[in-house]
Write a protein that binds this ligand. Structure first.
Ligand SMILES: Cc1cc2nc3c(=O)[nH]c(=O)nc-3n(C[C@H](O)[C@H](O)[C@H](O)COP(=O)(O)O)c2cc1C
Ligand code: SF4
Length: 505
């Protein structure tokens, strides 16, 4: 009997380790031959711990399983959810990047290969570096870390740079509110990220890679470190990648615990052992990055998507999506929702469908007031904007951004002036201090929003002015984008700022 119990840290936080231990001891007491496999999560966090039992028809799910449910589970008397692959949440998705997450044993390289792993790398090895870059460019893949910059164009700059050493740096700092896709794939399918980094290395002729992984993810750090060891022992990493005579090796570096260290130049400083302060651009990291050498900095999901692009072909990937937003996007649904978790779908799904249908509305049962999309720098989208399709340009057109595709849902009890204040406060706390509009502006922003709260209507104009200054004058997007949540809250919910709606419009 094969039983799957997730090792994902969300599942563990909900008791998965205790459930696995109880299954083991109960099975031993009953003399049952049970093999427990610790898989990643399928992304249905409200069902965790989601225990799956292998049957001839497929894997049958039980969730959320409690320790007390284990005897009934082993007796075959626990009510099941049915086949996991047939659940609406799973069937509605297009899983490309997350195709194996929750399915395989994350640290079994043979399981990985049996499910399509390494096929992309093998194809890349047979291609020239420029052909690999071309393939990624044709796929239309854009950076999933926030800015949506075309990955192939970035790689092409690094490939064209002349240097004795180039680097691949994976940004696994994942600081956006409501996001966990990077963690989920690192814990549930780490070889995908490793394979993506090796392919990136071959594509730009870089021989060393680093994953800058946030310290708040101890489980992901452990899984990634073990996966790197396994990959090296199997010759996926090293001086002769899969017998190709080409070298690539990588290591895991633990982050320093600051939101701004997710910004790529600040990250590079931190990786070099310096203070995490933003660097002025130019020079671009692609030309002068880690230790001054040409460096690809890409988000976990960007890199973890490369293997499937190489495996199935750029055209296959590019067929999904909407306009210039090609392929699929792993959307992370959090906040006040019935069904929180990761939902990978082709770009184009309207925001309202994600909130009302996929997420099932609010957990409190109250009406949805707003959704913050794209982390702490993302705009608050009110219901009037719920027909916006999930796409970079489409969100931009509505004054919003996709960022790392995290959704945080709020019900009608949310105080939007409080949320605007929080955005300024967050910026003040996390500011690296390099430029004045952000360092000073965010502090003044908190004070100005407090004045509005005390009934000082004239302070609204001051706040708008301050936001314009921060947008125009900040060196990076921390100061430059904090005005988006602030102004979107002000425009969509003027009542919360003691204003009448017409005055705000
Ligand atoms: C304040 C700030 C925080 C950021 N945090 C992250 C992060 O946690 N992870 C990430 O991948 N990108 C983050 N970014 C974006 C990176 O600077 C960079 O654009 C990204 O790593 C490039 O990879 P991509 O092209 O694959 O998206 C952040 C940017 C800013 C301004
Ligand atoms: S905007 Fe803020 S975080 Fe960015 S460089 Fe300026 S002070 Fe640093």
């Amino acid at each position: 009997m094969k039983i799957y119990v997730p090792l994902d840290s969300a599942a563990k936080a909900l008791g998965a380790d205790d459930v696995a231990a109880t299954i083991r001891s109960e099975a031993a007491t009953r003399g049952l031959d049970v093999e427990i496999i610790r898989n990643g999560t399928r992304g249905m966090i409200w069902l965790e711990p989601l225990v799956e039992v292998e049957t001839d028809a497929g894997r049958v799910g039980y969730g959320a399983v409690d320790v007390a449910d284990v005897p009934a589970l082993l007796d075959g008397k626990l009510a099941s959810l049915g086949l996991v692959d047939e659940l609406d949440w799973m069937k509605g998705q297009t899983r490309l990047t997350f195709q194996r997450c929750g399915v395989i044993n994350p640290l079994s390289l043979s399981d990985y290969e049996a499910h399509g792993g390494l096929a992309g790398l093998r194809r890349a090895i047979a291609m020239t570096a420029a052909e690999v870059v071309e393939e990624v460019t044709t796929s239309g893949l854009r950076g999933r870390g926030g800015a949506g910059f075309p990955t192939g164009i970035k790689w092409n700059t690094v490939l064209g740079a002349q240097a004795d050493q180039k680097y691949i740096v994976c940004n696994a700092d994942e600081g956006d509110s409501g996001t966990f896709a990077d963690r989920m794939i690192m814990e549930g399918d780490p070889f995908t990220l490793i394979e993506g980094m090796v392919i990136a290395g071959l594509a730009v002729e870089a021989t060393r890679g680093y994953v800058y992984l946030r310290s708040e993810y101890p489980d992901a750090i452990d899984v990634m470190e073990e996966a790197v060891r396994i990959a090296r022992a199997a010759g996926v990493l090293g001086a002769d990648v899969l017998g190709s005579s080409r070298a690539f090796d990588m290591e895991i570096r633990v982050g320093a615990g600051a939101y701004v260290c997710g910004e790529e130049t600040s990250l590079l400083n931190s990786l070099e052992g310096k203070r995490g302060v933003v660097r002025a651009k130019p020079p671009l990291p692609a030309l002068e990055g880690f230790l001054g050498k040409p460096t690809v900095v890409n988000n976990v999901i960007s890199l973890a998507t490369v293997p499937v692009i190489l495996e199935k072909g750029a055209q296959h990937y590019a067929e999904f999506g909407l306009g210039r937003s090609k392929g699929t996007i792993p959307i992370q649904i959090a906040g006040n929702v019935k069904f929180g978790g990761l939902y990978e779908t082709a770009f184009g799904m309207p925001l309202g469908d994600l909130v009302d249908k996929v997420a099932g509305g609010t957990l409190t049962g109250r009406p949805v007031k707003a959704v913050q999309v794209g982390g702490p720098l993302g705009a608050y989208m009110p219901r009037e904007k719920f027909d916006t399709p999930f796409g970079y340009e489409e969100f931009d057109g509505q004054g919003g951004l996709i960022g790392h595709a995290g959704l945080v849902v709020f019900d009608d009890s949310a105080d939007m002036r409080g949320m605007a204040r929080f955005a300024m406060e967050f910026c003040a706390v996390e500011s690296c201090g390099k430029c004045t509009p952000c360092r000073i502006g965010a502090v003044r922003g908190v004070e100005t929003i407090d004045r509005i709260g005390q009934g000082d209507a004239a302070a609204v104009e001051l706040l708008e002015d301050l936001c314009e200054t921060m947008k125009d004058g900040s060196l990076c997007a921390l100061g430059g984008f904090t005005p988006y949540p602030v102004l979107s809250a002000l425009r969509a919910f003027p009542e919360d700022f003691n204003m009448v709606r017409e005055a705000a419009e």
